[in-house]
Design a protein around this ligand. Structure first.
Ligand code: PGA
Length: 252
């Protein structure tokens, strides 16, 4: 069975104490989760070390970073490497989020380099893809997302991509309150799975966890997660509230 993932992307929110309180509240509200369900918390970098302590021995809980640098180390002031993340027990790293593509001008080539760093350091990458509204309006969204996948993934082997997770996040749905409908999300998830099946294999595609992100909240999570190709969610705004995030976790 494919693993299910609900990941909270806190973005640039929560002071340290607030972050630790939120972590504790989420942990307390989500005991005895099914084995195949993973909850990933992706706070700002500086929270990771302290949160690792709090989440120790919590079988369903994993730590994620929101980014890593594309080089292993060196003179890159202000940056954090995949190796550093791995050294403090981080499990997942979000790569290629649309906000980083937009504000930090991350290209597909940089995203591919970051994937390489994640693989080198045994971090599970959560690769974000998704189209802008104009592209959907021109009916080119399938082609666009497929191209993002080809540009970033296809230089890797299936073996290297064993721990990959893909997050489909239509840019027009992120932080807007307007989620993709379950049908819109499902057809893109199917398309992504088919693209990977064509390039790698059917078993690779069938085992790949593909999660949806973009205004996912307690009121729509269950309809989204019931779709056959939607294996969970990457949650922004709603992951900042223990009640909302827990309701989403419990929507399966
Ligand atoms: P949102 O963000 O849930 O606030 O729309 C999702 C994301 O950016 O990962």
């Amino acid at each position: 069975m494919r693993k299910k993932i609900v990941a909270g992307n806190w973005k640039m929110n929560k002071q340290m104490e607030e972050g630790l309180k939120l972590t504790f509240a989420i942990k307390e509200a989500n005991k005895n989760l099914p084995e195949e369900l993973e909850v990933v918390l992706a706070p700002p970098f500086i929270h990771l070390y302290a949160m690792e302590e709090l989440l120790k021995n919590q079988p369903n809980f994993f730590l994620g970073a929101q980014n890593c640098h594309e080089e292993e180390n060196g003179a890159y002031t202000g940056e954090v490497s995949a190796g550093m993340l791995a050294s403090i027990g981080v499990d997942y790293v979000i790569i290629g989020h649309s906000e980083r593509r937009k504000y930090c001008h991350e290209t597909d080539a940089a995203v591919a380099n970051k994937l390489q760093r994640a693989i080198d350091n045994d971090l599970n990458p959560i690769l974000c893809v998704g189209e802008h509204l104009e592209i959907r309006n021109e009916n080119k969204h399938f082609q666009y997302v497929q191209q993002q996948i080809e540009n970033t993934l296809f230089s890797f082997t299936a073996d290297q991509m064993q721990d990959l997770v893909i997050a489909y996040e239509p840019v027009w749905a992120i932080g807007t309150g307007h989620n993709a409908t379950p049908d819109q999300a499902e057809e893109m998830h199917q398309h992504i799975r088919q693209t990977l099946q064509d390039h790698y294999s059917k078993s690779f595609a069938n085992n790949l966890t593909i999660i949806y992100g973009g205004s996912c909240k307690p009121s729509n999570a269950s309809d989204l997660f019931q779709q056959p190709d939607i294996d969970g969610g990457l949650i922004g705004g709603a992951s900042l509230s223990a009640d909302d995030f827990s309701a989403i976790i419990q929507s399966f």
